[in-house]
Design a protein around this ligand. Structure first.
Ligand code: ADP
Length: 275
């Protein structure tokens, strides 16, 4: 496979002290954005300076997850000269295309919040988020990637070839088979796959019985498929199904803050320690 030519002179490049972690998945709905937002908050709780770039331009969902949207109105970045200051949600500096799609269109219709852009516009958006947003000194920059192996995955590979990659999957084969491909594409662009996060794993019910809606084993199979001779890819977390996580996410109150004792929160906290 042909190597992509990296874009030079980008912030968060090879000389940067900021660790960049791109969170990807093979398909949508596996909880990638929810995990990314909660991981960002958990890292901020550990005292790190954390940024979150919503690279899922078509399917953006970060602002509400970080409590940066109330009644459908999203907090906007502050403009200072040519730069934008990112809004801060629960200690995380966040930027998302959802922050720019407010208000009525020229005909007075409310914004639909839909983005129908092709590759070059998506590339420019991610590039502008990296160059025109003033994050300050960050310890960690997380990217919520779009699911799959499309344009943005390749753009991010060119813009941030030094990024580490986390692959999120559910335990189900339908998710894990396609998750492997996202990891392989990231590696082709020079990025390092640091681990797999299994989400929606079996949960223990109050009576002690186990509910395994999506089965089990997907995380381990993705990790095994992505492991190569000189680099074993570990399963860094197995986050159970959690009604508290679902409800907290809908309320813009990350579960790691609202229910720190929940089994999902504890697993996300462990993930924050391990990466
Ligand atoms: P993706 O980013 O992969 O498309 P989302 O983060 O939007 O997925 O999550 C999809 C849905 O699943 C959301 O409604 C979210 O609240 C819910 N969800 C995610 N993880 C869990 C979990 N561990 N337990 C229960 N619900 C979850």
């Amino acid at each position: 496979t042909a190597r992509l030519r990296p874009v030079r002179g980008m912030p968060f490049g090879p000389d940067s002290l900021t660790r960049v972690i791109a969170v990807t998945s093979g398909k949508g709905g596996v909880g990638k954005s929810t995990v990314t937002a909660n991981l960002a908050v958990a890292l901020a709780q550990r005292g790190l300076a954390v940024g979150l770039l919503d690279a899922d331009v078509h399917g953006f969902s970060i602002p509400p997850l970080l409590g940066l949207a109330k009644d459908g109105v999203v907090v906007q970045p502050t403009r200072v000269d040519q730069l934008m200051l990112p809004p801060v949600g629960h200690g995380v500096k966040a930027i998302s295309i959802g922050m720019f799609l407010q208000g009525a269109d020229s005909a007075g219709n409310p914004a639909t919040g839909a983005v129908a852009w092709r590759g070059p516009m998506l590339h420019r958006t991610v590039q502008q988020f990296l160059t025109d947003v003033y994050f300050g000194d960050l310890d960690v920059l997380l990217l919520d990637m779009p699911p799959g192996t499309g344009d943005v995955a390749i753009s991010v590979g060119q813009l941030l070839p030094h990024a580490d990659v986390l692959v999120v999957t559910t335990p189900q084969a339908a998710a894990s088979d396609v998750a492997v491909r996202s990891g392989l594409v990231a590696r082709q662009t020079g990025q390092r796959v640091i681990g797999v996060v299994e989400n929606m794993a079996p949960m223990t019910l109050p009576d002690g019985s186990v509910m395994d809606l999506f089965g089990s084993g997907g995380g381990a199979s993705v990790a095994a498929a992505l492991s190569v001779d000189d680099a074993e890819v570990p399963v860094l977390a197995s986050i159970p199904l959690s009604p508290a996580l679902r409800a907290s996410s809908d309320a813009g109150d990350p579960v790691v803050l609202s229910h720190p004792d929940d089994a999902a929160s504890q697993e996300i906290a462990r993930l924050a320690e391990r990466i």
